[in-house]
Design a binder for this molecule. Structure first.
Ligand code: FES
Length: 143
């Protein structure tokens, strides 16, 4: 039911953890399944993502999509990172079963929430980026 790539990223997730003094942090959750994902971005002065780490309290597909998303955004500019949609993450993982598509959406939303945090702190505008709906503040949730 899962592709080899999904299993690989689930069993050996890349970039797990936190970034201290991150340039941007985003936390999102899915009310239905209760899964929570937090993304940390380290962004340099040229708006290039140097590092991306995640913590996910959720299902295997959420872990695999977070892991793949961190790999896809690393080295990209903040604008290019907008192209890392849930579709792009799913494609990179050779697909997900339909009931797990929302897990990849969580990865996209977590990246957007972290980019939003960065943009807000630095007073910049990232084209196409909207304020995250599902952002959960640090006080509300311990991942
Ligand atoms: Fe909800 Fe995977 S089941 S994120």
């Amino acid at each position: 039911m899962y592709s080899e790539k999904v299993m690989d990223h689930f069993n050996h997730p890349r970039n797990v953890g936190e970034i201290e003094n991150a340039s941007g942090v985003g936390t999102v959750g899915n009310a239905k399944c209760g899964d929570i994902m937090r993304m940390y971005l380290d962004i340099d002065d040229n708006q290039i993502i140097r590092e991306c780490k995640f913590k996910t309290f959720g299902c295997g597909a959420a872990v695999a999509t977070s892991s793949m998303a961190t790999e896809l955004v690393t080295g990209k500019s903040v604008q290019e990172a907008m192209q890392v949609t849930n579709k792009a993450v799913m494609e990179a993982l050779d697909g997900l079963p339909p009931v797990k598509v929302h897990c990849s959406l969580l990865a996209e939303e977590a990246i957007h929430a972290a980019l939003w945090d960065y943009a807000k702190k630095n007073d910049i505008i990232i084209d196409g980026l909207k304020e995250p709906k599902a952002d959960i503040s640090e006080e509300e949730v311990e991942v």
